[in-house]
Each structure stands twice: as structure tokens, then as C-alpha cells.
Design a protein around this ligand. Structure first.
Ligand SMILES: Nc1nc2c(c(=O)[nH]1)N[C@H]1C(S)=C(S)[C@@H](COP(=O)(O)O)O[C@H]1N2
Ligand SMILES: [Mo]
Length: 306
């Protein structure tokens, strides 16, 4: 059957996945049109590899992924980033890789994106505040970039820094955290194949509110480790200081692995609400990625190293 009449599709049958696939088809058409009109067709990311690391759980609707955000540089309310980041200038962009490595280098977005084949990775994401989403990210393992940098023997950690410019982000002043936003990983965590350097979601380049043009995605850790709008990556010999551990070290540790057994000082982390669902679900150790990442923490007391 070539044409399926609309009345045959009940709204309840339309899963986020179908919406996504339809949207993709639509975007393919739109990009073709843009080309025909001689415009740059940069919005769509094509030839995505599928990944064995993707979950097949239902995806969180695009609308929620792009309107329920944490990006304190654009305001602390969940709806603020979508509203306040619309004019965020992400072109030209530079990401500097420096520190204890043989090949320090500055990349623009295009050269960075072309460094390795892009994959689609559908990951569960768990925010420290008790909600979670399932998001089809687009990117490649951060390891590809770090390998090109050739870390020296001194490199044991990786420090990350976000863009911060108060004229573009006037609300940053009232965010209550130290900006530019900074995060860190141990080198082996940063090199782990699950750790993604991310350029898009749902088939598109990243919307500004989700961390355009390039961010980190670390699915077995609380969301705040997944730093947005990256401008600096530094190979470090010591554990770097991070935004949330500076502002409140008792509540936010360096590791911040998703761990239902370690409560936040002010609330339990044993369960979570998947955005769009009504009932709470149990939070899984390492957000369900234990088979891949548990060996990284052999012999480490995860209650002390929260
Ligand atoms: N630069 C920067 N990165 C950030 C944040 C932020 O405020 N600033 N918030 C973090 C938090 S707490 C979460 S839960 C995720 C949210 O990512 P999303 O809005 O794309 O779902 O981004 C993380 N990265
Ligand atoms: Mo978060």
C-alpha cells in the first residue's frame, strides 16, 4: 500500500520512534530543498552508523528533549535554555585540546566532526535531580579525539571547559555556580567507548539548548558530567576541579556515577521518573551500563568516591 490514510493511524499508535523516523524523512526533503535553493544544508547529519550500545527503550519525545533542559548559562529554569539560547552564536567555533599530550591542536566544528565516523547512540540519561530521558545522540567516542592528541605518560585525567561569555549569556551571573562550567573525568573513563563527543540528536545538529555545537555525553554518570558547548579539553596530571564540586563538594563528587545506593544528601537516588511516564522506576547501578563500566571501578569504594 503506497498511501496510508491518516484516519487509520491512531495517535496512540504513533511512538516517538515513528515520529522521529517521519521527521527524518521530512528533514531529508527539507535539506534537499535547501540545496536546490543554494543554501547550506548543515542541519542534518547523514550516514549515521548504528551502535551496539544503543538501548531499544522508547525514546523521550523530541519536544521534551529540547524544552526541558539544564544549561545554567541560559537560566536555571528547565524551560529557560530553549527560550534564551535561540541567538547563541556557535559559528565560528574553536575547541582547544591541550595539556599533557604530544599533539595539542585547535579544531573548528567541521574538522572536529570529520575526525571519526558519526554514530547514533540511543542512551539512557539520568539527571541527579531524579528524572531521566532516552535520547538518540549523534557523535563518536571521545577516545578518537584523545588518541589523536597522543596523551603523554603524565596524563591521568581530562579537564573540560564550556564556552562562557557574559554578553551572550547574561543570566550566567545569576546561575549561582562558578562559570565557565568545568568538568572532569579520569583518563580511562574519558577513553571508554561509551563516552561520546556529541554533535547532534534526533538526526539533527545539536539545538543550542542541548549544548551546540559540541558536548560530552557520559551515560553512566549523572547528567551534570555531560558538559555542553565545549571549548577546551586539557590532559591533566591531577584530578581537575569541577563546577559542581566547587560549589558544593558534599553533594556532588568527582565520580558522580549513577548509584541507587548512594543518596544525595537531600534526597534518595533509588528511583527516578522517566520524563513522559507517570510511575517511577528503579534507578539502575551505573544507569544500567554496569556490564561495560563496572571494571573501571574495581577496588574503589563507591560510597566514599561518590
Ligand atoms: N555548560 C553546561 N553544561 C551542562 C549543564 C550546564 O548547566 N552548563 N547542565 C548539566 C546537567 S545538570 C544536565 S542534567 C545535562 C542536561 O542535558 P540536556 O539538557 O541536553 O538534557 O547537561 C549538563 N551539562
Ligand atoms: Mo542534571
Amino acid at each position: 500500500m503506497l498511501i496510508r490514510k491518516a484516519p487509520e493511524i491512531r495517535y496512540s499508535e504513533v511512538t516517538p520512534k515513528q515520529v522521529y523516523l517521519n521527521r527524518r524523512r521530512f528533514l531529508a526533503g527539507a535539506a534537499g530543498l535547501a540545496l536546490a535553493k543554494g543554501e547550506a544544508a548543515g542541519a542534518k547529519l547523514e550516514n549515521l552508523r548504528k551502535s551496539e550500545f544503543s538501548t531499544n527503550e522508547p525514546m523521550t519525545p523530541y519536544k521534551d528533549v529540547t524544552t526541558y533542559n539544564n544549561f545554567y548559562e541560559f537560566g536555571t529554569g528547565k524551560a529557560d535554555p530553549a527560550r534564551n539560547a535561540t541567538k547563541f552564536q556557535t559559528e565560528p567555533w574553536q575547541l582547544k585540546v591541550e595539556g599533557h599530550c604530544n599533539n595539542p591542536k585547535t579544531y573548528d566544528t567541521d574538522s572536529l566532526r570529520r575526525l571519526a565516523p558519526l554514530e547514533e547512540r540511543i542512551y539512557r540519561m539520568r539527571c541527579v535531580e531524579g528524572w531521566s530521558m532516552v535520547i538518540p545522540w549523534i557523535g563518536y567516542p571521545l577516545a578518537a579525539l584523545l588518541k589523536q592528541a597522543e596523551p603523554t605518560d603524565k596524563a591521568k585525567y581530562v579537564a573540560f571547559e564550556s564556552y562562557y561569555e557574559s554578553r551572550q549569556m547574561p543570566r550566567g551571573r545569576y546561575a549561582g555556580i562558578d562559570l565557565p562550567y568545568r568538568e572532569g573525568l579520569r583518563l580511562d573513563e574519558a577513553m571508554h567507548p561509551l563516552t561520546l563527543l556529541c554533535f547532534g540528536l534526533y538526526g539533527d545538529v545539536l539545538p543550542n539548548q542541548n549544548g551546540a555545537p559540541v558536548r560530552l555525553v557520559v551515560p553512566w554518570k549523572y547528567g551534570f558530567k555531560s558538559i555542553k558547548s565545549l571549548v577546551k579539553i586539557r590532559l591533566a596530571d591531577k584530578q581537575p576541579s569541577t563546577t559542581w564540586s566547587i560549589s558544593n563538594p558534599r553533594e556532588y563528587g568527582f565520580y558522580s556515577n549513577v548509584n541507587p545506593q548512594v543518596d544525595h544528601p537531600r534526597w534518595s537516588q533509588a528511583s527516578e521518573r522517566r520524563i513522559g511516564e507517570f510511575f517511577k522506576r528503579k534507578t539502575l547501578m551505573f544507569n544500567g551500563y554496569g556490564e561495560h563500566v563496572a571494571p573501571l571501578y574495581d577496588g574503589l569504594d563507591l560510597k566514599k568516591n561518590y
